[in-house]
Design a protein around this ligand. Structure first.
Ligand code: ADP
Length: 319
């Protein structure tokens, strides 16, 4: 993929936003998404993901900083930006009492397509998103996965493709199979040239789908890079050790990324292989007296944040 500036479809620099005097929601967020790229804004609840998307989608304005979408300034050229983007997620406007087909035809008409073109466009999107069989059913009868696909189709119906897509937590609440189906739809859209910015709380989703990730916490990008580079920065698993004494707990606490003093438990990063776990245990507890029990589990997003924020509190980490 070329990285020429013409290929940058979403670009933001130093976005800040506060609500009231004390609530600083964004504290200098920047990002770039290329044509045919999928970029994930990964962060916990309240990190500022939706606010970032709303600024880029012209639904709200930043206090400072600049952003361009498809080359247009999101404030000065708001109308042009609105013509090239589609936005789905918590903003979707599907009418539950209409069928899938009726919803898409109505939205196509509202966006200015003539009747015949609206019908063919609706049919084309239903087909593409695997909804042809459900086209004549009311939207409220759809499963969660079908409903998300209809939301996506509704977002695309009036925008020129490939365009720019904003997906706010597109798979939250979906079962694993529907989640995978939706991922495939998003990949196909990027494959056709769309630039996709999605928000997610799930490391796995960013990993599966995105070619670039910005880790957002408390309104700041604390790390950015490819999923691979990001993962290599944090271990994939966490070894939780239940220690036999408070002395042992305190002695080992600095090595841990997770602390639970009430239960004398420390979480230590590991790659999860038997060899590494064995050598960690030998190193931490050479006399086999300090560790009572241990358990191994996949690192959660919290662990990733803790590791990343502990590493670099000052400046964003480019990985
Ligand atoms: P995320 O999408 O990462 O969960 P949001 O961007 O929705 O985060 O919100 C970030 C923070 O901004 C939250 O603490 C939220 O309560 C606050 N916030 C969002 N919108 C408003 C608003 N209109 N007024 C006041 N606070 C808001």
């Amino acid at each position: 993929m070329s990285t020429g500036t013409n290929d940058v479809m979403i670009e933001a620099h130093g976005l800040t936003k506060s609500y009231g005097r004390d609530t600083r929601v964004l504290d200098g967020v920047g990002l770039r998404v290329a044509r045919a790229g999928i970029h994930a804004l990964l962060g916990p609840n309240g990190a500022g993901k939706t606010t970032t998307v709303r600024i880029l989608a012209t639904l709200t304005t930043a206090d400072s900083g600049t952003a361009r979408v498809a080359g247009y300034d999101v404030v000065a050229d708001r109308r042009r930006v609105r013509r090239v983007i589609s936005l789905t997620g918590q903003f979707a406007a599907v009418d539950e009492t209409l069928t899938g087909e009726e919803n898409l035809r109505m939205m196509a008409r509202l966006s200015g397509l003539p009747r015949a073109r609206a019908r063919s466009r609706a049919g084309e999107l239903l087909e593409r998103f695997g909804l042809t069989d459900a086209a004549r059913r009311q939207a409220h009868t759809y499963s969660g996965g079908m409903r998300r696909r209809l939301d996506l189709a509704a977002g695309l119906v009036g925008s020129p493709e490939p365009g720019v897509l904003f997906l706010d937590e597109p798979t939250t609440g979906l079962d694993p199979r529907s989640r995978r189906e939706l991922w495939q739809v998003v990949r196909d859209l990027a494959g056709r040239g769309a630039a996709v910015l999605l928000t997610t709380q799930y490391l796995e989703e960013a990993d599966q789908l995105a070619d670039g990730v910005s880790v957002l916490t408390e309104g700041r990008v604390v790390a950015e890079g490819t999923p691979e580079a990001l993962k290599s920065r944090v271990s994939g698993h966490r070894l939780d050790l239940v220690l036999g004494s408070r002395e042992a707990y305190l002695r080992l606490a600095t090595r841990a990324v997770h602390h639970s003093p009430e239960t004398l438990t420390l979480g230590i990063p590991t790659d999860g292989t038997a060899a590494h776990v064995r050598s960690l245990l030998d190193e931490i507890d050479p006399h086999r007296t300090d560790v009572d029990r241990f358990s191994l589990h996949r690192a959660t997003l919290d662990d990733v944040f803790l590791a990343l924020t502990a590493e670099k509190k000052e400046a964003p980490a480019h990985v």
